[in-house]
Design a protein around this ligand. Sequence first.
Ligand code: HEC
Length: 296
Amino acid sequence: MKTLIKTIVLLSFAVSSLTFSNGVSANSGEHFEKAKIDMNNYGSLQNGAKLFVNYCLGCHSLKYQRYERLATDLHIPPEIVTKNLMFTANKIGETMSINMPAEDAAKFFGTTPPDLSLITRAKGVDYIYAYLRGFYQDDTRPFGVNNTAFDMVAMPHVLESLQGLQRKSDEAVFQESIIHESHSKINAIFARLDKEGADTAKLKREKAEAEEASHKAVEAIANLKHEGKYFQLVHKGEMSPEEFDNAMLDLVNFLSYVSEPVKAKRIAMGVWVILFLILLFIVTYLLKKEYWKDVH
Ligand code: HEC
């Protein structure tokens, strides 16, 4: 009976990991805020589709996604898809391609905007969520913006009308300059440590101090982000910060659906498969007991 209980406990763990293992970030190192998306929320998916068609499809295709499939999976009436979402296609059976030739795009942006069909699988939903909210004013860049998740990005801030324009707060810039300085110091110390006759004890002490300063600044930045003080608005957009975050969750949700249209079904089915196996196990166990009853 003990083994039976153990197995059931193990199997239920399997069920829960199936249910909760949503986007694992492929982007190592950096820790992004979790994008709490719900693939069974059709309102969110529909809003994401609308945002994508209006703000992204000008540059990014979804070459594996057909409009027809979109209508079916997202519960949008086909007439609405044809009328309101199909700007780049004539027939509902076509894929979500773009009209801009790749060479033109490369000329405009210095690089071709990638097809986004598989982007959430390649980079993780948390990264995309951070990327879409991470544009900030940087006058040294060609489009006047940079991105916290993707330094030196070539994409313009296409959602400026919704989000507004944000810039790093003075405190954030100050703390980042401390990190930068500390790293230069540490590198310089390493170079001096290699030289003959170096005062090793003193250099090590200096290195520890620089590391401590950098560590503190990293913590201060994490705090600023946590308190929503890392950025400040240069000018407002049509949406409040909360509305914009929710809109971006919808957009990420939609892109996640596009990356794997059967995901919601797969997870739901996985639960039933595991439950079926548990039931089957109980029945076989009882059967085994029945068979062996008379052997001893
Ligand atoms: C005006 C053209 C344009 C529009 C509109 C546009 N993008 Fe981009 N996007 C680009 C370019 C160019 C790149 C390549 C950036 C690079 O490699 O530096 C890019 C890259 C990306 C990437 C890849 C980032 C990475 O880490 O590789 C994502 C994700 C993305 N865009 C999402 C979107 C979404 C979502 C929208 C709609 C809200 C959108 N883009 C609208 C031009 C555009």
